[in-house]
Design a protein around this ligand. Structure first.
Ligand code: PGA
Length: 253
């Protein structure tokens, strides 16, 4: 029996000013207090990290960032380094989200550099992969995932990746209201685990958490979580409201 701790993560994207972020974080802390058998993370925009860190202090909610740059410091206007995220209180960092790949030139190569940099600074990468609608229609889903995982994790070794979190986020399901069926999610997650097994071995693959992302809501979380290879969720829109997100976290109630 595999014993992967469930993980529910909220990606706030480019939403919420500092005061708004602090307010939502404070509400969430109260709503999920006592849920200790599930890891909980919220990823506010960079500008709110530090204040949200204070708002969730001593709670069971952890802080994540939505992106990083791989250099420690330097003349890279507009970028944020792993060390800066650590100093702002981050434990996790989302890497390779499809919106970054689509709008900001993120490639498998930059994703790989970012994962390596995150690990070096003891930040836990939440590594996002997923196919577009066109790729799914032309039956390329598994080959796309294969390429994203192999290139994203190239030159990285199991002993350094033990905390890695993978997020399967079909691009066609993000923000669209179209969720993958539980069977589609399970098929992709099982395949992702088999890729991890080929590269890093069986016990590694069985220990890594694979989250599903794409229109997760209080109404569909339970059936997704019932699938054997779905270990949690990366939630966008439905994480912006503390009450709704807490219903996803507490989906068993
Ligand atoms: P969504 O976004 O829940 O709004 O579909 C998920 C994500 O982009 O992580």
């Amino acid at each position: 029996m595999d014993s992967r701790k469930s993980f529910i993560a909220g990606n706030w994207k480019m939403f919420k000013t500092c005061p708004e972020a602090v307010k939502t974080a404070g509400q969430l802390v109260k709503l999920v207090a006592g849920t200790n058998d599930i890891d909980i993370m919220i990823a506010p925009p960079f500008t709110a990290l530090s204040s949200v860190c204070d708002a969730i202090k001593d709670s069971n909610v952890s802080l994540g960032a939505q992106n990083l740059f791989w250099e420690n410091e330097g003349a890279y206007t507009g970028e944020v380094s792993p060390g800066m995220l650590v100093s702002a209180g981050c434990r996790y960092v989302i890497i390779g989200h499809s919106e970054r790949r689509q709008y900001f030139g993120e490639t498998d190569d930059t994703v790989n550099k970012k994962i390596a940099a995150a690990i070096q600074h003891q930040l836990i990468p939440v590594f996002c992969v997923g196919e577009t609608e066109k790729e799914r229609e032309s039956k390329e889903t598994l080959s796309v995932l294969d390429k994203q995982v192999k290139k994203g994790l190239i030159n990285l070794f199991a002993d350094k990746l033990e905390n890695l979190v993978v997020a399967y986020e079909p691009v066609w399901a993000i923000g669209t209201g179209k969720t993958a069926t539980k069977e589609q999610a399970q098929e992709a997650h099982q395949f992702l685990r088999s890729l991890l097994e080929t590269s890093f071995g069986n016990s590694f693959a069985r220990s890594i958490r694979i989250l599903y992302g794409g229109s997760v809501k209080p109404g569909n979380i339970k059936e997704l979580m019932a699938m054997p290879d779905v270990d949690g969720a990366l939630v966008g829109g439905a994480s912006l409201d503390a009450e709704t997100f807490s219903q996803i976290v507490n989906y068993r109630e």
